[in-house]
Design a protein around this ligand. Structure first.
Ligand code: NAG
Length: 632
């Protein structure tokens, strides 16, 4: 049996295991307790209040651990690991419905070094985060007095836990008893637990973390109404263009002379019809282009599916589940990428072979079907490698580029930020010792994304890879005439992104704020509407841009349509600068690079998505208007 199979099985298992939180051990996963059952207080992270992503392990500050040591195993999901969740047991003895009066659980021997650590944390407004039964709790480390000389540590954690039946539905933390930090003293840390009956339903227990006053529906509706006006205007414009171009043809069939003056002005002597012999010429850099389009289609489907899942299920109630879902959906939608990228490349590359896939299928058959002979396997690899390296197989290269474009971009940024994080010892740094999550991500890339992409590519090449364009492509490219400066592709590209950006920037503010200021985003219905509006606006704008470009007898519409939609990303990235300087109080190398690094990733992904959506819409438009062109 080929060991390839075994490896794929392992990868799928790995992915599945990471994706589905293990449900074997666990009250914490079931969220039900019997009386006096252990309730675990997990200490998560500590970090500056203004830098929400700069987090360190709770015990990186010299806090002391409670006396209770035994603890059941904690299982981390991939999403949590990537988000830097670092749960450590607090050592506090808490039992369900068991009141604890103020009890000291440990002492801190405050020497000079420990005092300095606390003073540093207090001066930087450190706060910490804990979890009880997946409910997050936040507390402040300490306080400085006005002139900043004396520093105080909160030593008493007063927990009030609300229960409803056998479930925990509410947790409040009050910090009390501040103690002045004086070197060479002992500081006793204490806690108390009070249990209260509560009427909050278990399903609604996260509602108190949502912030309806921030996510005001009025603002959302206003923004959507605004964008909707834009949509109506643009759709009107596009249908006018379509009608003009198409009507002219019908008019031509019936009676040539009936063309009105305006038609003659923008008529046949110059204009889009002149470039019919070049408009379906392959774009420059077809490999990169089709990879970008494929990736963009994939990002679009991922966004769509994740938003729908988030609308149906409250993903915010479980740590890291949003990220896990996104990774899972991304892997599962790889065929989309392969299909669109592969078919576009086949159309553009136009390398036709009598039996395009025979050698690949042959080699894959050798590799994947059970065979007991080692030499068959070797032959399979040999043929596959020959296929990969031979020149007529450039589509495989395209498939690799398409499959790894986005993962490489994300991983590259993460890697870079990790280096800075390690320098800072932030808990976001994926520990290089275990690297479990990196290995998992690599496994998903190679054993899930790549094969699925291959399937999509093969389907795409065979089902819609034929370049059946309505017009023939001339052998010699037509020279592009001189034109006004505002008809240059570069100018069109710059202007193209303005309207799509205008239709989303209000929602961007909410999305940024929920990500960077730790408000829970929950109005996914609005997000869905905004996505739909964004797509319509993008398609309309690129169609209009392309129409102007073609009318200027410039046939390089493919990259122009992609880039004019993708330039939305540039505006979003510029907006993120504004957001950083005026809406946040982040500071420090780590947080800054984290912010700008991931904003760049986000903007690029958004840009690729818009570009692909714009291109797909525009190519349908171009195909439509040239279908009726009669070449005399
Ligand atoms: C926590 O605080 C909120 C707001 O002050 C209060 O409504 C709720 O009852 C408290 N919960 C518990 C368990 O004390």
């Amino acid at each position: 049996m080929g060991f390839c199979r075994w490896r794929i099985a392992v990868a799928v298992l790995l992915a599945a295991e990471y994706y589905l939180p293990s449900s074997v051990e666990a009250d914490e996963h079931e969220h039900t307790y019997v009386d006096k059952e252990e309730v675990v207080l997990w200490m998560n992270t500590v970090g500056p209040y203004h830098n929400r992503q700069e987090t360190y392990k709770y015990f990186s500050l010299p806090f002391c651990v409670g006396t209770k040591k035994t603890i059941s195993h904690y299982h981390e999901t991939l999403g949590e690991a990537l988000q830097g969740v670092e749960l450590e047991f607090s050592g506090l003895d808490i039992k369900f419905k068991d009141e604890v009066m103020q009890t000291s659980y440990c002492d801190i021997d405050l020497d000079k070094a420990k005092r300095d650590a606390f003073v540093y944390a207090i001066n930087n407004h450190y706060w910490y985060q804990m979890y009880i039964d997946d409910l997050p709790i936040w507390g402040i480390v300490g306080e400085a007095d006005e002139n900043g000389e004396d520093h105080y540590l909160w030593t008493y954690k007063k927990l009030e836990i609300g229960f409803n039946g056998n479930r925990i539905v509410d947790v409040n933390l009050t910090s009390e008893s501040k103690v002045k930090l004086v070197p060479n003293t002992r500081i006793a840390m204490s806690y108390s637990v009070k249990w209260k009956k509560s009427d909050v339903k278990f399903e609604d227990r996260f509602d108190k973390y949502l912030d309806p006053s921030f996510f005001q529906h009025r603002i959302h509706w206003f923004s959507i109404f605004n964008s909707f006006m834009m949509v109506i205007f643009l759709v009107g414009l596009v249908s006018m263009i379509l009608m003009r171009t198409l009507r002219k043809d019908y008019a031509r069939y019936s009676k040539e002379e009936e063309m009105d003056d305006m038609d003659r002005d923008l008529g046949d002597e110059y204009g889009w019809k002149q470039v019919h012999g070049d408009v379906f010429r392959p774009s420059s850099h077809p490999m990169l282009f089709s990879s970008l389009i494929g990736s963009g289609c994939q990002i679009f489907s991922v966004s769509l599916i994740v938003i729908i899942v988030a609308m149906i299920e409250d993903l915010y109630t479980e740590r890291g589940s949003m990220l896990s879902t996104a990774i899972f959906v991304y892997a599962a939608t790889s065929p989309v990428n392969g299909y669109f990228g592969g078919s576009l490349y086949a159309k553009q590359g136009g390398i036709s072979q009598p039996f395009p896939l025979l050698p690949e299928l042959f080699s894959l058959r050798l590799l994947f079907l059970p065979s007991h002979s080692f030499s068959t396997n070797k032959l399979g690899y040999f043929v596959l490698i020959m296929c990969l390296t031979s020149n007529g197989r450039r589509w495989i290269k395209q498939m690799f580029i398409g499959a790894f474009l986005i993962p490489a971009m994300v991983c590259g940024t993460a890697f870079f930020i990790n280096f800075i994080a390690i320098y800072y010892h932030a808990s976001r740094a994926i520990p290089f010792g275990t690297m479990a999550s990196s290995v998992a991500v690599c496994c998903i890339c190679f054993f899930v994304i790549l094969p699925l992409n291959l399937v999509g590519t093969i389907l795409g090449r065979n089902l819609s890879g034929q370049p059946n364009f309505p017009c023939r492509v001339n052998a010699v490219p037509r020279p592009i005439p001189e034109k006004k400066w505002f008809m240059e592709p570069a100018v069109i590209v710059c202007l193209g992104g303005i309207l799509p950006f205008g239709s989303i920037f209000i929602e961007m503010y909410f999305i940024f704020t929920s990500f960077w200021a730790y408000k829970i985003y929950y109005v996914y219905g609005f997000m869905m509407l905004v996505l739909v509006i964004l797509c319509i606006v993008t398609v309309c704008v690129t169609i209009v841009c392309t129409y102007f470009l073609l009318n200027a007898e410039d046939y390089r519409w493919q990259w122009t349509s992609f880039l004019s939609a993708a330039s939305t990303a540039v505006y979003v990235y510029m907006y993120s600068f504004y957001y950083y300087f005026f809406k946040t109080k982040m500071y420090g190398l780590f947080q800054t690079s984290f912010y700008f690094g991931y904003m760049a990733v986000f903007s690029t992904a958004l840009g690729i998505m818009c570009g692909a959506v714009g291109y797909v819409g525009t190519s349908a438009f171009v195909r439509k208007i040239y279908t009726n062109v009669k070449i005399d």
